[in-house]
Unconditional design. Structure first.
Length: 113
């Protein structure tokens, strides 16, 4: 059974930083690409970043150069380092294995102006 647990969200001022973590279980982590998505109030869930099994990374244009996705296979964990946060980054952030349909519970990120 696939399980994803996100953590690290919180309230931060504009320009600040947060580091999100997502611990995965029930999958062969090293063989799966992992991604972060986010959903702001009243909006559809949107892609944020993805990291492949070989470490190749992809970012939404809105977060490029501010966010960094990374993974630690020994801990079955994917991270999202978020710098230069903006109020428009406020959302619930979710991680997902690209090979499965399971979502975690998400972690709330709120950026105040």
């Amino acid at each position: 059974q696939v399980r994803l647990v996100e953590s690290g969200g919180g309230l931060v001022q504009a320009g600040g930083s947060l580091r999100l973590s997502c611990a995965a279980s029930g999958i062969i982590f090293s063989r799966n690409a992992m991604a972060w998505y986010r959903q702001a109030p009243g909006k559809q869930r949107e892609f944020v970043a993805q990291i492949g099994t070989g470490g190749d990374t992809y970012y939404a244009n809105s977060v490029k150069a501010r966010f960094t996705i990374s993974r630690e296979n020994a801990k079955n964990t994917v991270y999202l380092q978020m710098d230069g946060l903006k109020p428009e980054d406020t959302a619930v952030y979710y991680c997902k294995s690209t090979g499965y349909s399971t979502w975690g519970q998400g972690t709330q990120v709120t950026v105040s102006s």
